[in-house]
Design a protein around this ligand. Structure first.
Ligand SMILES: Cc1ncc(COP(=O)(O)O)c(C=O)c1O
Length: 391
């Protein structure tokens, strides 16, 4: 399929066809893994297709980067060694010591650590603000110094929803760029660049890769000049996705749409089961009408995602026990793979924010609902909670 057609096609067609056309010589339908560090030149400077050295560009990565740009409807995509490598490149490409950023007050722990323990000593200050409160985000901006307004929506693990369109306007009024970490929603459920955001970041380790077999990150950019700066830093700092990782991530991306629909179906069933369970005091899911961001999520997302957080009546001990007892839900960090995962954010993914404004409740459990048989997931949760939740 020609790239001109692929980029204008529907989501699943873009995910499958954008970024690569069957190889001229062999007709290979899938981008080969170009395990090469360098490329033969046809005379000095005579590059074939612009390939010179694999930190700068590698055809397996190029294919993935094209597909990422297409599914996010951006100008260019960049693939990195991890989500945090992508975030680091973005921060250093677009800010200077003395600048300031606004970050979510319940950011992913590693993102907070990057801002607090790496970027701040380097000279970039930050202020946390709740992404669901536009006035609070506006108030956190330091006029003249804020260069990035950084949001996650839904946030991790409290699943707060931020209004991308409104926050883009707030950032732009202040001369800042809006960055959306789109890891939780995935490009299938939400396309921030079409709502006014300037950059999207992903931990492609999660839904984009989708099979818990590769760590990776991405930045997708709307504007040409910003893309040039990210591209320059990607090459200069060098935290690129290798060809094997790019291949796996690209393979995952092709099935993102069907996987996300099943993640959402199963998450909705899990939510129905947990609501009203005697051992559960609160279920947090943007698909619930009582969720503060429900109407907004219904507007800016296709569906409500595969992550469900809940609080238990028995405090931290019970939350830890539920995590330990679950069997189909594997106890582990990360999310977005085909298998269901369970974790205790306070002791695991969010341990680095303990004692700060970003601390999460001790009785909170986070689920990444996978695509197994839904009944098996419900039975597992019931057993882990000590029973009595099923008729
Ligand atoms: C929302 C979010 N952003 C970024 C990251 C960091 O990505 P990575 O682990 O691929 O470096 C994670 C990892 O869990 C995440 O959940």
């Amino acid at each position: 399929m020609s790239q001109e057609h692929a980029f204008k096609a529907g989501f699943e067609t873009r995910a499958i066809h954008a970024g690569y056309e069957p190889d001229e010589m062999t007709g290979a339908v899938i981008p080969p893994i170009y395990a090469t560090s360098t490329y033969k030149q046809d005379g000095v400077g005579g590059l074939r297709g612009g390939y010179e050295y694999s930190r700068s560009a590698n055809p397996t990565r190029t294919a993935l980067e094209g597909a990422l740009a297409a599914v996010e409807e951006g100008e260019r995509g960049f693939a990195f060694a991890s989500g945090l490598a992508a975030e680091d490149a973005l921060i250093r490409a677009l800010t200077r010591p003395g600048d300031h950023a606004v970050i979510p007050d319940d950011a992913y722990g590693g993102t907070f650590r990057l801002f607090d323990k790496v970027a701040r000593p380097w000279g970039l200050e930050h202020s946390p603000a709740p992404v669901g409160d536009v006035d609070a985000v506006r108030a956190a901006i330091v006029p003249g110094r804020t260069k990035l307004v950084w949001i996650e929506t839904p946030t991790n693990p409290m699943l707060t929803i931020g209004d991308i369109e409104v926050l883009a306007a707030v950032a732009h009024e202040a001369g800042a760029l809006l960055v959306v970490d789109n890891t939780f929603a995935s490009p299938y459920l939400q396309q921030p660049l079409t709502l006014g955001a300037d950059l999207v970041v992903h931990s492609t380790t999660k839904y984009v890769g989708g099979h818990s077999d590769v760590v990776g990150g991405a930045v997708v950019v709307r504007d040409h000049e910003v893309a040039e700066r990210i591209g320059f830093h990607q090459n200069s700092m060098g935290a690129v996705a290798g060809p094997f990782d790019a291949f796996l991530t690209h393979r995952g991306l092709k099935t993102l749409g069907v996987r996300m629909d099943r993640h959402c179906d199963n998450a909705e069933k899990v939510v129905d089961f947990l609501v009203g369970h005697p051992q559960v005091s609160e279920v947090i899911y943007p698909g619930l009408e009582e969720h503060a961001g429900h109407a907004l999520a219904a507007r800016q997302m296709r569906r409500f995602g595969g992550i469900v957080s809940f609080r238990v009546t028995g405090g931290e001990q019970q939350a830890l026990q539920v995590c330990a007892r679950a069997e189909v839900f594997t106890l582990g960090e990360s999310l977005g793979g085909v298998e269901s995962l369970i974790e205790h954010p306070g002791r695991m993914t969010h341990a680095s924010v303990a004692g700060t404004d970003l601390e999460v409740p001790a009785d909170l459990v986070r689920l990444s609902v996978g695509i197994e048989t839904a009944d098996d997931l419900l039975a597992d949760l019931d057993r882990a909670l000590g029973g009595s939740g099923r008729e």
